[in-house]
Design a binder for this molecule. Structure first.
Ligand code: FES
Length: 288
């Protein structure tokens, strides 16, 4: 399926936009402030892991359900030991599928525009796959193997379609990709600002080579970091520094100004930090 075909299909599903907006509003209320659900969202985003959690969790249902289909074929629908192995794989996939849906919702909540629509399609298809496999599991327990295997195959088709759309979101739209992934250098000391324009409590925003850099002082020490939030590219110079931390205005991620490490999600990747020195009245920076 080419990107064009996928885009045309998504455009025809005109209900996706309004549906996505409604669920987004509802989730926004549920996840507001410092509520336990907001903390759960940060956990599900994967900030603690340094990597989005959702793509890792999706491997569980895809792998388990695919394994179940292979075992079903090997069992030939007889319901012997191999067939029971397939049943267990379906159950494992359903448990992993619930975790994948919940973590996917946590990531999707921070999407907008086309990513939100594509994410709604991805989520709907995968939730449909989970429903098909859950029904298949119930039928397997009752001993109705024929219909159960049929539903599993339908579910497998759905989950692979959903996986394709999820991959398209990442590799074509850049959803969940570290926005500083391609920023490199400068490897040599490079002039970034006049020494006296870098002051405590304010940012100087400079372009140095291919990098957008923020310079400021913290306790007199000159700090230089990327101006771009790793989560979705938010501007890190719009909100004041608090407790030595940068705050992203878009989804609330916080980063340590000295180390660039994530203090608070949804960001999972640290932002680049530059070494600094002063020479002849100029602040110079380089990547460690
Ligand atoms: S862009 Fe999402 S937290 Fe910065």
């Amino acid at each position: 399926m080419t990107a064009d075909v996928l885009d045309r299909i998504i455009q025809k599903l005109t209900f996706l936009g309004p549906l996505g907006d409604t669920v987004h509003k509802w989730l926004g209320r549920l996840l507001a402030g410092d509520s336990p659900t907001a903390l759960a969202k940060e956990f599900l985003n994967g900030s603690w892991l340094g990597h989005p959690l959702h793509p890792a969790l999706t491997d569980v249902p895809i792998g388990a359900w695919m394994g179940a289909s292979l075992l079903d074929v090997a069992d030939g629908g007889r319901g012997g030991g191999i067939g029971r192995g397939a049943d267990i794989m379906v159950a494992v996939g359903c448990a992993g599928g619930v975790a994948a849906v919940v973590s996917g919702l946590a990531d999707w909540q921070d999407n907008y525009g086309k990513e939100r629509e594509m994410g709604a399609a991805h989520g709907l298809i995968n939730t449909g796959a989970l429903a098909l496999y859950s029904t298949s599991l119930a039928l397997r327990i009752k001993g109705a193997r024929g219909p159960a295997i049929g539903l599993s195959l339908l579910g497998l088709g759905a989950v692979l379609t959903g996986a394709y759309i999820g991959g398209d979101m990442v590799f074509r739209l850049g959803s969940q990709v570290n926005r500083n992934a391609f920023s490199e250098g400068p490897s040599k000391w490079s002039a970034a600002a006049e020494e006296d324009e870098v002051v405590e409590g304010a940012f100087v925003h400079k372009q140095v080579g291919h990098n957008q850099v923020l310079l400021t002082r913290l306790g007199g020490e000159i700090c230089a970091v990327s101006a771009i939030c790793s989560h979705a590219g938010g501007p890190l110079d719009e909100l004041p520094i608090e407790d030595g931390q940068l705050h992203c205005p878009w989804h609330g991620s916080r980063f340590d100004l000295r180390t660039g490490q994530v203090i608070h999600g949804p960001a999972t990747a640290a932002i680049p930090v530059f070494e600094t020195r002063t020479r002849e009245g100029k602040v110079e920076i380089r990547r460690p």
